[in-house]
Design a protein around this ligand. Sequence first.
Ligand SMILES: *Cc1c(COP(=O)(O)O)cnc(C)c1O
Length: 411
Amino acid sequence: MTFDPAGIAALDARDPLRGFRDEFQLREGLIYLDGNSLGARPRATAARIAAAVTEEWGEGLIKSWLDAGWSTAPLRIGDKIASLIGARPGEVIAADSTSVNIFKALAAAISLRPDRTVILSESTNFPTDVYMMQGIEAFSGGRIKAVRADPEAVLDRLDADVAVLLLTQVHYKSGLVRDMAEVTRRAQQAGALVVWDLSHSAGAMEVDLNGARADFAVGCGYKYLNGGPGAPAFLFVAERNQAAMPVLSGWFGHASPFAFEEDYRPAGGISRFQCGTPPVLGLAALECGIDLLLRADIREMREKSLRLSQLFIERMELRCAEFGFEPVFPADPKLRGSQVAYAHPHGYEIVQALKERDVIGDFRAPDILRFGLAPLYLRHADIVDAVERLHEVCLSRAWDKPEYRLRAAVT
Ligand SMILES: *Cc1c(COP(=O)(O)O)cnc(C)c1O
């Protein structure tokens, strides 16, 4: 890889995805390295939401449930997401939040393994994943145990008690990519089911759920899918597991919601994993993000994302080696998600100082600076610039200000 300015410009000029940046609202000068927390806004979303509000809701009113396809949006958008993650039509629903979908998937998995009592995860999994496990443990009166194992040894903990293994494909801090096919094979060999959290992989890299014989998966709509703040999440249930009885047995998952029957009777297929009325406006925004992604080649996205991370790492070695950043990303590019992360004792302050210089990354307690590298809208030149601004922050100790030490409620 060449790092002279002409080399970087050439990389951007040759980038097969270069046309996508203009599809997003991104101010020139701003370097947005947080697309793994909240994806940027597709330009098309504003007009789509306006139409959903003024025409579909304003004019169509309740008729829009049928006329504007509101009632089928969770399935329609689910099918589009399915094509991004190696699932078949009818295996994915766009609904609820990731946390709620984790609950639904775990509860369904437990019901398919009634003789087993353990939900297993790794101790460093994203907190909400672990919290949802703990909620199920409490609700079960302790019959179900939420067990967290050392990340390196989690597969060794698989035994005849484990009903379900919950893992995130790309770790939210280190970006480590798990081998989905191999982990799934090991878990299933031990008689367990697996729930994959795709929050940091869907829309950033190739995911092949059916190729890995995955059982369940969940993921976020507002990260790499660019679905907007609080976008609905998604839930994948492999066809063979769809007979599981939903615990969140809401009327939208009923076989015949508008028959208003007295008793719950689950719909066939993935529909039963819906719960209540779909969030129509959120789904409209989510669909814009997904429609945009569907126009891109996911293999090109992965290749570019790896080029961006390699460039970031090499620039850090060249420009910031003396400032005490400790890499916490996997050395092997194949094991690296679409992000890089470094530990630094002043990580929080440095992230604040960078924001003032128009570089937005994020901080993850206790000391991690995390930089998301969304390949659809970042340029190679942005990476070089971001590391230059980081170099300046460190060299001038611009981070060393009292106001940067006050922690905000959302980091
Ligand atoms: C972002 C993220 C979530 C978020 O869950 P919400 O219910 O959408 O707040 C869950 N799991 C992982 C691994 C995440 O990275």
